[in-house]
Design a protein around this ligand. Structure first.
Ligand code: SF4
Ligand code: SF4
Ligand code: SF4
Length: 592
């Protein structure tokens, strides 16, 4: 431990801690635009300067030392920081009024905090091409302040290497690695770059206009579904504490927006578990050489697999994601039950994820009913804006229930939104399918939490089932490598079942989630481990409070099988609820 003084307060912190982090221990938030808890310091923006025994140094990359005396703010430091901001603004478009990040932009916040009321330097911003080629995220290099967060998160957390800086000096700009369009790059559309960007330089592909047009078309019957993780995040945009579960208010808001029916993706999660647990039990008991079974509900992970892990395709679960399952059931089962022509039904999904926008057009099988399963996939942030556009007083809304037949869900369905949740839900039902008995201890503590790779051994009727959970695609490679090495040596697979979510913490921290900043809540905007824990914990709490916590206990699912699908893994289920994977072209990630 190192002892020092920050603003005359005695502080003790482990050796190696940066001054910036040590100051946060005593609730001093040194301004910064490039340092985020998820990424290593880049010393990119120059705002976090402090005085160390009289010398001005950047606090993000200066480790603490014994007896340091640090001043974090005085008139000289404020003046230098203002100059840094004026330089940034001289190379930044003056378009706050029409910018998608206005109102939750870290640059805008900090310029306001420093009371900068005029641009002192001439503006030299150049017009640069906007890259919306992925139709999932949009990159506007003109709004980039070259903080480097996106490059770092894409490389170190996601291990994708889709982004890089081009050029030098004043011409430096962010782009698809090597200057190519993102759609031609290794990008898996996870949106983690947009979740970490402090400005409007990388954002979601905005599609609310298409949804308004559908709602306004009297010929159409527009249904909507919300993903598990949306319910514990949207409230932040309306002033609720992080992790507040606002499911009932979201249903109510969606009806007020004009949707004809409000369904829930959690129903689809329960349905996914029915199919996936069946698939697992079948492989485990009849064809162990086809193990491990790898979960497939995360589209960014599917994208990575199809590009870079072709040898793993046989192990992938053939189940479509909960989003697609609700979509296809809306256009078949629901259409039939309600007597509506499926060509007149439109399905909108509200997802915490930008990659879901790609998933809905991933393959022809996303149209297995003859119609596209999901027509538009919006992020949580886009729904938040639609609610604000409508003048709906979200906090005043009465809580409402979802519509049947695709609205009921169990606790197992809701935990799909957090790391470890899909595996937990699948094991609860797999146990029932194997034994006919209910699993008594249904929480798997070993696979909760934010450890990047979590492993456990579970007893299912005397069989040892070895499981692994990986989140953040950077961690996936390690798990897959262990499988490859064992298979190459002719050994038994180290895992029977693997859950993968591309984003650290799972969907609760997806690339389309809100970036609220509330009083007494952690900075910066966007996603940190503290927020991951809070949102994930809220889903686990909802599960714990449910009467039914196992997917096979969902009454609407039982009825769906009885009236329409037959049984899990039936011919009809396979036709509508399952998919195949293809080998896609893999671009050089800079790591091979
Ligand atoms: S990125 Fe921020 S500062 Fe820049 S135009 Fe958008 S809101 Fe304004
Ligand atoms: S969406 Fe994901 S993979 Fe694509 S550039 Fe951003 S962080 Fe990288
Ligand atoms: S795009 Fe955003 S996160 Fe990436 S370097 Fe620019 S400002 Fe930073």
């Amino acid at each position: 431990m190192v002892k020092l003084k920050i603003d005359n307060i005695e502080v003790e912190a482990p050796a190696g801690t940066s001054i910036l982090e040590a100051a946060r221990q005593i609730k001093v938030d040194i301004p910064t635009l490039c340092k985020h808890p998820d990424v290593d310091p880049s010393a990119g923006c120059g705002l976090c300067i402090v005085k160390v025994n009289g010398r001005i140094l950047r606090s993000c990359c200066t480790p603490i030392a014994e007896n340091m005396e640090i001043i974090t703010s005085d008139p000289e430091l404020v003046s230098v920081r203002k100059t840094v901001l004026e330089l940034i603004l001289s190379n930044h478009p003056n378009t706050c009024l029409t910018c998608i990040r206005s109102g939750n932009c870290e640059l805008q916040d900090i310029v306001q905090d420093f009371g900068i009321r005029e641009a002192k330097l001439p503006n030299i911003t150049k017009v640069k091409d906007i890259d919306d080629s992925t139709k999932a995220i949009v990159l506007d290099p003109a709004k980039c302040i070259t903080c480097g967060r996106c490059v770092e998160v894409c490389q170190s957390q996601q291990n994708v290497w889709a982004l890089s800086f081009l050029n030098r000096g004043i011409d430096t700009q962010i782009a698809g690695a090597g200057g190519i369009k993102l759609a031609e790059s290794p990008c898996i559309k996870c949106g983690q770059c947009s979740a970490h960007c402090p400005t409007g330089a990388i954002v979601e592909y905005d599609e609310d206009r298409a949804v308004w047009e559908m709602i306004n078309d009297p010929e159409l019957h527009v249904v909507v579904q919300i993903a598990p993780a949306v319910r514990v995040a949207l409230g932040e945009d309306f002033g609720y504490e992080f992790g507040t579960n606002v499911t009932g208010k979201i249903y109510s808001a969606l009806r007020k927006l004009g949707f004809d029916k409000v369904f829930d993706t959690n129903f689809g999660a329960d349905l996914t578990i029915m199919e996936e647990a069946t698939e697992f039990v079948s492989r485990f008991t009849k064809a162990p050489e086809t193990l491990p079974l790898v979960t497939s509900c995360c589209p960014a992970w599917v994208d990575l697999l199809e590009k870079y892990h072709h040898d793993m395709i046989p192990y992938f679960s053939s189940c479509k994601s909960p989003q697609s399952m609700v979509g296809t059931m809306a256009k078949t089962y629901y259409a039939q039950k309600a007597g509506i022509d499926p060509s007149k039904i439109r399905v909108v999904s509200i997802m915490p994820c930008t990659a879901k926008k790609w998933e809905i057009v991933r393959s022809e099988e996303m149209r297995a009913s003859g119609f596209q399963d999901v027509d538009v996939s919006l992020t949580t942030r886009e729904l938040s804006r639609m609610i604000k556009q409508s003048g709906i007083s979200f906090r005043e809304l009465e809580e409402e229930a979802a519509d049947n037949p695709l609205g009921e869900y169990t606790g197992a369905g809701t935990i799909f939104g957090t790391t470890g949740g899909v595996m937990t839900a699948a094991l609860r039902t797999a146990y029932f399918f194997v034994t006919g008995q209910e699993l008594q201890d249904i929480n798997f503590k070993a696979i909760e939490g934010l450890e990047g790779i979590k492993e456990a051994e579970v007893d299912v009727a005397g069989h040892k089932v070895r499981i692994a959970v990986a989140h953040g695609t950077g961690n996936v490679e390690t798990v897959l490598q262990r499988v490859r090495e064992a298979k190459a040596k002719g050994e038994e697979t180290p895992y029977h079942f693997i859950e993968v979510m591309a984003c650290r913490g799972g969907c609760v921290a997806g690339g389309g989630q809100p970036r609220a900043l509330l009083p007494n809540q952690p900075k910066p905007r966007g996603i940190t481990d503290e927020i991951r824990r809070i949102r994930g914990g809220a889903l686990l709490a909802e599960d714990a409070g449910k009467d039914h916590r196992r997917s096979h206990q969902n009454e609407s699912i039982k009825k769906l099988y009885a009236d329409f699908l037959g049984e899990p893994a039936s011919h009809k289920s396979h036709e509508l609820l399952h998919t195949h994977y293809v080998e896609r072209k893999a671009y050089n990630r800079g790591v091979e």
